[in-house]
Design a protein around this ligand. Structure first.
Ligand SMILES: [Zn+2]
Length: 215
């Protein structure tokens, strides 16, 4: 089980904030385990016994693309806290006031460190620009939020604009994300620690800001 010497960080950010990249960088630096609820649910379902009503319901929600109830999410988080003996980074969790509240309760119960929240902060305008107009490499699928880049930095292939995220879809996601990020931010500022990181810089600049803040 993770213990009080191990840190627990939670990352939130709008689409296009570069949160995923920053999690990757920090997890390598700390040798931390990364937990994304979506992936953990898939993993649970892979080995689940569907005669068990708990998993049967879970599978049914999963197949319909409906989010799992907070109790299920927390149950999975608890199992991971008990299993992982390491620093932990949560990707996009907790994602509501209630999840944050339940999360703090199990941390108390298990006597592990209280989680610290890192918000990679960008404006809705930046989010839209980066997601809708980002470029993707036609050869290796490398994604760049630099809307002017023409040559892939990874393989030299051609960077093209991807059309699968239109502006309306992204605006809907932002509208859903913003109040959730706010309420989790408020929860952590009352009961824990929050670091707001300016997400407008380059990957390296943002990574340095994260490092400085959590030191
Ligand atoms: Zn490429």
């Amino acid at each position: 089980m993770t213990n009080t010497n191990n840190k627990i960080y939670c990352f939130l950010g709008l689409p296009g904030s570069g949160k995923g990249t920053q999690i990757e960088i920090l997890s390598k630096k700390l040798n931390a385990s990364v937990i994304s609820i979506g992936e953990e649910i898939r993993e649970e379902l892979e080995s689940a016994d569907f005669n068990d009503p708990f998993y049967k319901t879970m599978k049914s929600l999963y197949d319909q693309g409906v989010p799992q109830p907070d109790e299920v999410v927390i149950d999975i988080v608890k199992k991971r806290l008990q299993r992982i003996n390491n620093h932990i980074i949560f990707d996009n969790f907790p994602f509501s006031h209630n999840q944050a509240d339940l999360f703090f309760s199990i941390c108390k119960e298990l006597n592990v460190s209280f989680p610290e929240l890192i918000v990679i902060d960008i404006t809705p305008e930046t989010s839209i620009r980066r997601i809708v107009y980002r470029k993707v490499c036609a050869d290796c699928s490398h994604i760049s939020s630099d809307t002017d880049v023409e040559i892939c930095e990874k393989c030299g292939g051609a960077m093209v604009t991807r059309a699968d995220d239109n502006e309306e879809t992204v605006k809907e996601r932002i509208k859903n994300y913003l109040p959730r990020i706010k309420e989790v931010e408020n929860y952590f500022s009352n009961f824990g620690q929050v670091y707001i990181i300016d997400g407008n810089g380059t990957i390296e600049e943002v990574a340095n800001l994260v490092q400085e803040k959590i030191k």
